[in-house]
Write a protein that binds this ligand. Structure first.
Ligand code: HEM
Length: 284
């Protein structure tokens, strides 16, 4: 056979009845039709695409942590662990997405900033669901979404259901660890507040590797604690990378969303995710 004939035999299909199966699955024409910059500045597209890419990662993370939360509720630790472990490289990819806009100068950012009007990532409904799952909750965060009923309904549901850490602590209680009733029956619509008895439970879990089911020297609850700590660390990194990118791009100016900007983000970044997993370490 000639080289040309061999190439033809090995080549992918070229003809399809209608749209390609790739298009049917990926909806690429929808996705790549969503980039509509608001200014003439050539740098704006990098800002818009980075933001859209982050929305997709938020969506995937919400999916993984919702899966894990539901699995924990039914004591299905393997399914929960698989989802939590999948979320680690996804979080790392989310964090790597900062790169194209991590070092904007104020002049570069100002070239399209005014075109954003009052638009701010603070108004991201998917990021808010992600924070709700992690325990950073408040009914006031629903207010910006009153104009988008679908997003509002999803957020209301997320606010009134126990989050990932709530289900982790319920699992610990079912496994015989002392978790106060005030924590187990807490109002899920409020921000999770750390409790000394939860810290004591984690301290005991970390100190007792003898409950080892697989003889690896580490109990399944320690493995759960460690994957949660990895998640908390990577979320903290996202918040800090965001803070530094913001400080570089606009210093102490107020945010487009109306906050004090860097000063407000600093306070958000200072909040620990799954707080007792960090404080317990000082007492093991
Ligand atoms: C250099 C580019 C960026 C700057 C200067 C910036 C600035 C800010 C500021 C000042 C705030 C506080 C709220 C406000 O007043 O607007 C904020 C919040 C926020 N931004 Fe950005 N941002 C940038 C990029 C991004 C990107 C790419 C995303 C991805 C979606 C994002 C997501 C968020 C989120 C989710 C919040 C709310 C955080 C929270 O509720 O704790 N930001 N941003």
């Amino acid at each position: 056979m000639s080289d040309q004939r061999v190439d033809d035999v090995l080549a992918p299909n070229l003809t399809f009845e209608g749209t390609t199966p790739y298009e049917d699955y990926v909806r690429a024409s929808v996705l790549t039709g969503l980039q509509q910059p608001l200014s003439d500045d050539p740098g704006e597209l990098a800002f818009l695409v980075t933001t859209q890419v982050m929305e997709l990662w938020f969506t995937l993370l919400v999916h993984e942590w919702t899966t894990a939360t539901a699995a924990l509720r039914t004591d299905d630790l393997p399914t929960a662990m698989a989802a939590l472990r999948r979320s680690l490289p996804e979080l790392e990819s989310l964090n790597a997405s900062w790169k194209p806009i991590a070092r904007l100068t104020p002049a570069q950012f100002n070239a399209y900033r005014s075109a954003l009007g009052e638009g701010s990532g603070f108004q991201s409904a998917m990021y808010r669901r992600l924070e709700f799952l992690l325990g950073e909750r408040s009914a006031s965060m629903l207010v910006p979404h009153r104009g988008t009923p679908e997003a509002l309904a999803a957020l209301e549901k997320a606010l009134t259901e126990p989050g990932l850490y709530d289900e982790v602590l319920r699992l610990l209680a079912r496994r015989g660890h002392t978790i106060p009733v005030a924590v187990l029956d807490r109002d899920p619509a409020l921000r999770y507040e750390p409790h000394p008895e939860v810290e004591a439970a984690w301290r005991r879990i970390y100190a007792e590797p003898d409950q080892d089911p697989d003889r690896t020297g580490t109990s399944d609850l320690v493995r759960l604690a460690e994957v949660l700590t990895d998640i908390a660390e990577l979320v903290w990194r996202w918040r800090n990378d965001h803070l530094v990118a913001t400080r570089r791009a606009m210093g102490a100016r107020p945010g487009t969303g109306g906050s004090a900007g860097v000063a407000w983000l600093e306070r958000r970044a200072a909040v620990l995710v799954f707080p007792e997993l960090w404080t317990a370490r000082g007492h093991v």
